[in-house]
Design a protein around this ligand. Sequence first.
Ligand code: ADP
Ligand code: MG
Length: 136
Amino acid sequence: MTITTHNENETVDAAIDLASTLREGDVVLLFGDLGAGKTAFTRGLAIGLGAAAEDVSSPTFTIMQEYRGGRLPLFHVDLYRLDDPREIEDLGLDELAVDGVLAIEWADKLPRPIAGAVSVRLAHGEDDSRTIQIDN
Ligand code: ADP
Ligand code: MG
């Protein structure tokens, strides 16, 4: 499925829609350049799962953040600052997701694919538009 959004709220809404379909153990891989809307999309996932989402931001000093209080916990990982594949391997991402939903920004840095994951590809369009391709 591919959609076009015209502002951040529309991207959040697309993520809220996706969140309603997610189950325990699901992984959402987020692809796209800086500013494409990966973090905005993750905020929508948190909102859609019912977690407090006001502090969903790109984790600057922590690799992983957790948002609880919703239907399922959301684990949010940003691989932007990780360049060593072994460091990424050591995060143990496969086990992390088992009792919640795992969203991974800069998923193109993953050393190997995660089976069964949903891929979300965000790309800049004209002005503030973004095309969002969701493969699940
Ligand atoms: P990323 O995590 O991919 O680097 P962010 O979600 O942090 O991106 O930032 C996206 C930026 O683009 C925000 O400042 C947001 O307000 C802006 N923006 C403008 N239009 C859109 C849109 N259609 N969808 C998502 N974000 C948008
Ligand atoms: Mg981000």
